[in-house]
Design a protein. Structure first.
Ligand SMILES: Cc1ncc(COP(=O)(O)O)c(C=O)c1O
Length: 390
């Protein structure tokens, strides 16, 4: 007789997300569901906000997690900051920058695109040229472009935004909790992330933070915010001191998010960033010693998401299928312009570990061998271990 039990294979998640989840976070998911206005639950929500302020490095009062995945955070930021006719400069150097562009166009903002090669960061010089041409309300860009594996340096862009009095809208979906995000220092007006990557919780919530200036601008718009669900002036009445019902907040997901944030707090942010960097360097050393190449130049490599070029003649889909079937290992394929050209290997949150680096190198070497592509695994493992100082 077929079993009615819910079954899912136990995978090792090393793709662009979701990633592996710490047992304590799984356990938090079984905490009893309670009402969204229960005083005990409101304490949970307050603590989520408090710990999110730490990871965003901000004092912003309006810092919380919108219901929905990272895309809901993106929509919250775009829909609240932009109204019809607002001039926005959108930097598109990958798949997710383009998603911001699409959303800004749906808000009927006056969108100027600053496009660049996928695999490279946005050039502050070009941003400056655009800012010299006309006045903008917002610059929108992606801090950690998951489609290319590029980490966007922020210091110069932040300086320019301050000099020209432009707001910054930042996608920190693949950086928050794994790479430094300095919302206050960089002067971010709206930033969003997701629960399922470096934060280490299941998908379903999107951490967001809005500066006081952004909240003020949202309150004083000419046109109403086009998304009712993600209108921060309404959400603020639930998250803030008024405690007015807005939506039935998922206590289950917020418990998990809180536990994941508590784990981050216990580890310490700087220690966590160092761990992500160390494991990334070991993976790169291993991959390169095996004879493979990275897509991104060293200064711009994102520690949390590694893009490895697929060697000539190797079948992307077969390799990923083999890894999943034989080793229960999930890695990501390329998106958009990079489809079939790169693998995307995530080392985020609980998945960023020495064991995972070594497991990935060995499994990939075997998958390549099955395709008739030789790689030097022994050198790869040696290089990774020596990078780790082991
Ligand atoms: C940089 C970036 N932005 C936005 C998103 C959208 O997030 P989600 O798929 O959680 O809606 C992703 C998803 O991977 C992403 O990597």
């Amino acid at each position: 007789m077929p079993s009615n039990r819910l079954e899912a294979p136990l995978r090792k998640l090393m793709g662009p997300g979701p990633l592996d989840i710490h047992p304590r976070v799984y356990q938090a998911l079984t905490t009893p569901v309670i009402g969204h206005l229960d005083p005990a639950y409101l304490k949970t929500l307050d603590r989520v906000g408090e710990l999110l302020r730490n990871v965003f490095a901000t004092q912003n009062r309006l810092t919380h997690a919108t219901p929905g995945t990272g895309t809901s955070g993106m929509e919250a930021c775009v829909a609240n900051l932009l109204e019809p006719g607002d001039a926005v400069l959108v930097c598109v150097l990958g798949y997710f920058g383009d998603r911001i562009r699409q959303m800004a166009e749906r808000q009927e903002a006056d969108v100027t695109l600053l496009e660049g090669e996928w695999g490279k960061p946005a050039d502050p010089e070009r941003i400056k040229e655009e800012l010299d041409k006309r006045s903008y309300k917002v610059i929108a860009l992606v801090h950690a472009e998951t489609s290319t594996g590029v980490l966007q340096p922020m210091d110069e862009i932040s300086r320019l935004a301050k000099e020209y009095g432009v707001m910054i809208l930042l996608d920190s979906v693949t950086s928050l909790g794994g790479v430094e995000v300095k919302a206050d220092e960089w002067g971010l007006d709206a930033a969003y992330s997701c629960s399922q990557k470096c934060i280490g919780a299941p998908p379903g919530l999107a951490p967001v933070t809005f500066s006081d200036r952004a909240v003020e601008a949202a309150r004083n718009r000419k046109h109403p915010i086009r998304s009712w669900y993600l209108d921060i002036t309404l959400l603020d009445k639930y998250w803030g001191s008024e405690r007015v019902y807005h939506h039935t907040s998922s206590s289950t997901l917020n418990y998990a998010l809180l536990e994941a944030l508590q784990l981050i707090d216990e580890e310490g942010l700087q220690h966590r960033f160092n761990r992500h960097l160390k494991n990334h360097k070991a993976l790169v050393a291993g991959v390169e010693a095996m004879g493979l190449e990275m897509l991104v130049e060293p200064p711009y490599r994102l520690p949390t998401l590694n893009t490895v070029r697929i060697p000539e003649g190797v079948d992307d889909v077969k390799v990923r299928g083999y890894l999943l079937e034989k080793f229960n290992l999930e890695i990501g394929g390329g998106l958009g312009a990079l489809k079939g050209k790169v693998w995307r290997v995530g080392l985020m949150g609980y998945s960023s570990s020495v064991e995972n680096v070594l497991f990935f190198l060995s499994s990939l070497s075997r998958a390549l061998a099955v395709q008739g592509c030789k790689s030097d695994l022994s050198s790869g493992l040696d290089a990774a271990m020596s990078e780790l100082g082991a």
